[in-house]
Write a protein that binds this ligand. Structure first.
Ligand code: MG
Length: 278
Protein backbone atom coordinates (compact mmCIF):
# COMPACT_ATOMS: atom_id res chain seq x y z
CA UNK A 1 0.00 0.00 0.00
CA UNK A 2 2.80 2.36 1.01
CA UNK A 3 4.52 1.50 -2.21
CA UNK A 4 1.41 2.43 -4.24
CA UNK A 5 1.08 5.79 -2.46
CA UNK A 6 4.70 6.60 -3.09
CA UNK A 7 4.29 5.72 -6.75
CA UNK A 8 1.17 7.93 -7.11
CA UNK A 9 2.91 10.89 -5.40
CA UNK A 10 5.97 10.69 -7.63
CA UNK A 11 3.79 10.38 -10.77
CA UNK A 12 1.84 13.53 -9.76
CA UNK A 13 5.10 15.42 -9.16
CA UNK A 14 6.43 14.34 -12.58
CA UNK A 15 3.22 15.55 -14.24
CA UNK A 16 3.45 18.93 -12.51
CA UNK A 17 7.06 19.35 -13.60
CA UNK A 18 6.25 18.45 -17.21
CA UNK A 19 3.31 20.91 -17.33
CA UNK A 20 5.62 23.61 -15.99
CA UNK A 21 8.28 22.77 -18.61
CA UNK A 22 5.63 22.83 -21.35
CA UNK A 23 4.49 26.27 -20.22
CA UNK A 24 8.07 27.56 -20.48
CA UNK A 25 8.56 26.11 -23.95
CA UNK A 26 5.34 27.72 -25.12
CA UNK A 27 6.36 31.19 -23.94
CA UNK A 28 7.34 33.20 -27.03
CA UNK A 29 10.92 34.44 -26.59
CA UNK A 30 9.95 37.83 -28.00
CA UNK A 31 7.19 38.42 -25.48
CA UNK A 32 7.54 41.93 -24.11
CA UNK A 33 8.82 41.82 -20.55
CA UNK A 34 7.61 40.13 -17.41
CA UNK A 35 8.52 36.58 -18.46
CA UNK A 36 10.38 34.16 -16.26
CA UNK A 37 13.63 32.79 -17.56
CA UNK A 38 14.74 29.16 -17.06
CA UNK A 39 16.79 30.24 -14.06
CA UNK A 40 13.69 31.70 -12.47
CA UNK A 41 14.77 35.32 -12.82
CA UNK A 42 12.61 37.93 -14.45
CA UNK A 43 13.58 38.61 -18.11
CA UNK A 44 14.39 42.26 -18.85
CA UNK A 45 11.46 44.19 -20.29
CA UNK A 46 11.94 44.95 -24.03
CA UNK A 47 12.29 48.63 -24.88
CA UNK A 48 12.60 50.21 -28.38
CA UNK A 49 16.35 50.84 -28.05
CA UNK A 50 17.00 47.09 -27.82
CA UNK A 51 16.25 46.71 -31.56
CA UNK A 52 17.99 49.88 -32.75
CA UNK A 53 21.53 49.24 -34.07
CA UNK A 54 24.31 51.72 -34.80
CA UNK A 55 26.79 49.55 -36.68
CA UNK A 56 27.96 48.59 -39.18
CA UNK A 57 27.62 52.09 -40.62
CA UNK A 58 27.06 52.03 -44.43
CA UNK A 59 29.75 53.87 -46.41
CA UNK A 60 28.92 57.34 -47.62
CA UNK A 61 28.40 57.53 -51.39
CA UNK A 62 28.08 60.80 -53.25
CA UNK A 63 25.42 60.27 -55.90
CA UNK A 64 25.87 61.37 -59.51
CA UNK A 65 25.28 64.99 -60.44
CA UNK A 66 23.28 66.23 -63.40
CA UNK A 67 25.24 68.24 -65.96
CA UNK A 68 23.37 70.83 -67.98
CA UNK A 69 26.16 70.75 -70.56
CA UNK A 70 25.90 67.02 -71.28
CA UNK A 71 22.27 66.65 -70.18
CA UNK A 72 23.38 63.60 -68.27
CA UNK A 73 24.23 62.26 -64.83
CA UNK A 74 27.72 61.46 -63.63
CA UNK A 75 28.58 58.20 -61.88
CA UNK A 76 28.28 57.76 -58.10
CA UNK A 77 31.51 58.33 -56.18
CA UNK A 78 32.19 54.62 -55.52
CA UNK A 79 31.58 53.43 -59.10
CA UNK A 80 34.18 51.95 -61.42
CA UNK A 81 33.80 54.13 -64.51
CA UNK A 82 34.12 51.99 -67.63
CA UNK A 83 33.42 54.74 -70.15
CA UNK A 84 33.02 58.45 -69.51
CA UNK A 85 33.43 59.69 -73.07
CA UNK A 86 37.19 60.10 -73.02
CA UNK A 87 38.91 56.76 -73.63
CA UNK A 88 38.63 52.96 -73.74
CA UNK A 89 41.38 52.21 -71.23
CA UNK A 90 39.13 49.77 -69.36
CA UNK A 91 38.38 47.66 -72.47
CA UNK A 92 40.11 45.20 -74.77
CA UNK A 93 39.16 43.27 -77.89
CA UNK A 94 37.59 39.85 -77.28
CA UNK A 95 39.19 38.53 -80.45
CA UNK A 96 42.83 38.99 -79.49
CA UNK A 97 43.06 40.98 -76.25
CA UNK A 98 44.42 44.04 -78.06
CA UNK A 99 43.30 47.52 -76.96
CA UNK A 100 39.68 48.25 -77.82
CA UNK A 101 39.34 50.52 -80.83
CA UNK A 102 35.65 51.20 -81.06
CA UNK A 103 35.07 54.74 -82.27
CA UNK A 104 34.74 57.61 -79.79
CA UNK A 105 32.78 60.36 -81.49
CA UNK A 106 31.84 63.51 -79.56
CA UNK A 107 32.16 61.68 -76.25
CA UNK A 108 30.06 58.71 -77.28
CA UNK A 109 31.20 55.19 -78.10
CA UNK A 110 30.20 53.80 -81.49
CA UNK A 111 30.30 50.04 -82.11
CA UNK A 112 33.10 49.08 -84.48
CA UNK A 113 31.84 45.94 -86.16
CA UNK A 114 35.19 45.36 -87.87
CA UNK A 115 36.93 44.92 -84.52
CA UNK A 116 34.12 42.89 -83.00
CA UNK A 117 33.15 42.47 -79.36
CA UNK A 118 34.97 44.33 -76.60
CA UNK A 119 35.29 43.28 -72.95
CA UNK A 120 36.39 44.88 -69.69
CA UNK A 121 39.82 44.15 -68.26
CA UNK A 122 38.28 43.98 -64.80
CA UNK A 123 36.11 41.23 -63.42
CA UNK A 124 33.11 41.74 -61.19
CA UNK A 125 30.87 39.64 -58.97
CA UNK A 126 27.56 40.86 -57.59
CA UNK A 127 27.20 44.29 -59.09
CA UNK A 128 25.08 47.22 -60.23
CA UNK A 129 25.65 48.23 -63.85
CA UNK A 130 24.59 51.45 -65.56
CA UNK A 131 24.80 51.77 -69.34
CA UNK A 132 23.22 54.11 -71.88
CA UNK A 133 22.79 53.62 -75.58
CA UNK A 134 21.19 55.19 -78.63
CA UNK A 135 19.82 53.57 -81.77
CA UNK A 136 20.63 55.89 -84.68
CA UNK A 137 17.83 57.56 -86.62
CA UNK A 138 17.24 55.82 -89.93
CA UNK A 139 18.49 52.42 -88.74
CA UNK A 140 17.82 49.68 -91.29
CA UNK A 141 16.86 46.02 -90.98
CA UNK A 142 14.24 44.11 -89.02
CA UNK A 143 14.06 42.01 -85.87
CA UNK A 144 17.42 40.76 -84.63
CA UNK A 145 19.15 42.48 -87.57
CA UNK A 146 18.15 45.98 -86.49
CA UNK A 147 20.42 47.64 -83.93
CA UNK A 148 21.52 44.46 -82.20
CA UNK A 149 24.13 44.58 -79.45
CA UNK A 150 24.02 43.28 -75.91
CA UNK A 151 25.64 43.43 -72.52
CA UNK A 152 27.13 40.03 -71.73
CA UNK A 153 27.92 39.55 -68.04
CA UNK A 154 30.79 37.07 -68.21
CA UNK A 155 31.49 37.51 -71.92
CA UNK A 156 30.70 34.73 -74.36
CA UNK A 157 30.41 32.19 -71.55
CA UNK A 158 28.14 34.45 -69.49
CA UNK A 159 24.68 35.95 -69.53
CA UNK A 160 23.41 38.33 -72.20
CA UNK A 161 21.03 41.14 -71.41
CA UNK A 162 19.81 41.93 -74.89
CA UNK A 163 20.24 45.38 -76.37
CA UNK A 164 18.27 45.82 -79.57
CA UNK A 165 16.08 48.36 -81.29
CA UNK A 166 12.73 47.77 -79.61
CA UNK A 167 10.80 50.70 -81.04
CA UNK A 168 8.31 49.22 -83.52
CA UNK A 169 10.67 46.34 -84.21
CA UNK A 170 8.92 43.00 -83.59
CA UNK A 171 11.04 39.90 -82.95
CA UNK A 172 10.81 36.81 -80.74
CA UNK A 173 9.93 38.24 -77.34
CA UNK A 174 12.51 36.27 -75.35
CA UNK A 175 15.12 37.90 -77.56
CA UNK A 176 13.74 41.46 -77.63
CA UNK A 177 15.28 44.45 -75.91
CA UNK A 178 15.19 43.97 -72.13
CA UNK A 179 15.20 40.17 -72.28
CA UNK A 180 17.65 37.74 -70.76
CA UNK A 181 18.46 36.56 -74.25
CA UNK A 182 16.58 33.37 -75.22
CA UNK A 183 15.40 32.96 -71.62
CA UNK A 184 13.21 35.61 -70.03
CA UNK A 185 10.66 37.92 -71.64
CA UNK A 186 10.73 41.46 -70.21
CA UNK A 187 7.66 42.62 -68.27
CA UNK A 188 7.25 45.70 -70.48
CA UNK A 189 8.70 47.51 -73.49
CA UNK A 190 9.56 51.12 -72.56
CA UNK A 191 11.71 51.70 -75.66
CA UNK A 192 12.31 55.24 -76.81
CA UNK A 193 12.29 56.30 -80.47
CA UNK A 194 15.46 56.04 -82.53
CA UNK A 195 17.81 58.94 -81.90
CA UNK A 196 16.93 59.22 -78.19
CA UNK A 197 19.25 58.04 -75.40
CA UNK A 198 18.06 55.06 -73.36
CA UNK A 199 19.48 53.42 -70.27
CA UNK A 200 19.72 50.20 -68.32
CA UNK A 201 20.26 49.91 -64.59
CA UNK A 202 21.08 46.28 -63.88
CA UNK A 203 21.45 44.50 -60.55
CA UNK A 204 23.26 41.20 -61.01
CA UNK A 205 23.63 38.52 -58.35
CA UNK A 206 26.28 35.95 -59.18
CA UNK A 207 25.52 32.23 -58.82
CA UNK A 208 27.12 29.81 -56.39
CA UNK A 209 28.05 26.22 -57.20
CA UNK A 210 28.13 22.86 -55.43
CA UNK A 211 31.03 20.39 -55.61
CA UNK A 212 29.60 18.86 -58.79
CA UNK A 213 29.68 22.19 -60.56
CA UNK A 214 25.89 22.53 -60.57
CA UNK A 215 24.20 25.72 -59.48
CA UNK A 216 23.64 25.81 -55.74
CA UNK A 217 22.01 29.21 -56.24
CA UNK A 218 21.31 30.43 -59.76
CA UNK A 219 22.35 33.84 -61.07
CA UNK A 220 19.67 36.51 -60.71
CA UNK A 221 19.07 39.81 -62.43
CA UNK A 222 16.90 42.87 -62.06
CA UNK A 223 16.71 45.28 -64.99
CA UNK A 224 15.34 48.80 -64.90
CA UNK A 225 15.01 50.06 -68.48
CA UNK A 226 14.38 53.78 -68.94
CA UNK A 227 13.14 53.87 -65.34
CA UNK A 228 10.77 50.91 -65.79
CA UNK A 229 11.32 47.54 -64.10
CA UNK A 230 11.32 44.95 -66.89
CA UNK A 231 13.13 42.08 -65.10
CA UNK A 232 12.25 41.71 -61.43
CA UNK A 233 14.86 39.58 -59.63
CA UNK A 234 14.69 36.99 -62.41
CA UNK A 235 16.45 33.65 -62.03
CA UNK A 236 18.82 32.99 -64.93
CA UNK A 237 18.73 29.38 -66.14
CA UNK A 238 22.26 29.15 -67.51
CA UNK A 239 24.83 30.63 -69.83
CA UNK A 240 23.26 32.35 -72.82
CA UNK A 241 23.03 29.98 -75.73
CA UNK A 242 21.91 30.82 -79.29
CA UNK A 243 21.05 27.19 -79.97
CA UNK A 244 19.96 24.66 -77.35
CA UNK A 245 19.54 24.49 -73.60
CA UNK A 246 21.62 27.04 -71.66
CA UNK A 247 24.63 25.23 -70.16
CA UNK A 248 26.11 25.89 -66.72
CA UNK A 249 29.46 27.65 -66.65
CA UNK A 250 31.26 27.71 -63.32
CA UNK A 251 32.66 31.25 -63.54
CA UNK A 252 32.27 33.21 -60.33
CA UNK A 253 33.72 36.52 -61.54
CA UNK A 254 32.65 38.27 -64.68
CA UNK A 255 34.11 40.58 -67.27
CA UNK A 256 31.49 42.72 -68.97
CA UNK A 257 31.26 42.45 -72.74
CA UNK A 258 29.63 44.67 -75.34
CA UNK A 259 28.49 42.82 -78.41
CA UNK A 260 29.32 43.88 -81.96
CA UNK A 261 26.56 41.96 -83.71
CA UNK A 262 27.28 40.92 -87.28
CA UNK A 263 24.08 42.34 -88.75
CA UNK A 264 24.59 45.09 -91.37
CA UNK A 265 22.55 47.81 -89.62
CA UNK A 266 24.22 51.03 -88.49
CA UNK A 267 26.22 50.80 -85.22
CA UNK A 268 24.69 51.77 -81.86
CA UNK A 269 26.23 54.43 -79.66
CA UNK A 270 27.02 54.01 -75.96
CA UNK A 271 27.82 56.45 -73.19
CA UNK A 272 28.10 56.73 -69.41
CA UNK A 273 28.99 53.14 -68.47
CA UNK A 274 29.80 52.39 -64.83
CA UNK A 275 29.67 49.57 -62.31
CA UNK A 276 29.34 49.36 -58.56
CA UNK A 277 30.41 46.19 -56.77
CA UNK A 278 27.81 44.99 -54.29
MG1 MG B 1 22.50 40.81 -78.83
Amino acid sequence: MKKNLLYAASAALAMLLSVSAFAQVQTPPSRVGGTQQANGEEAPRMVPAMTEFYEPVPPTVTPGKFSAATQNWSAPSDAVVLFDGSNLDEWVSVRDGSPATWDIIDGTLSVNKRQGDIITKREFGDCQIHIEWCVPVGISGTGQSRGNSGLKIGGNTGYEIQILDGYNNPTYVNGMVGSVYKQTIPLANPSRPNGEWQYYDIIFTAPTFNKLGQYRTKPRVTLIYNGVVVLNDVEIIGTTSFIGIPPVNQNTTYQLMLQAHADPSAPLQFRNIWVREL
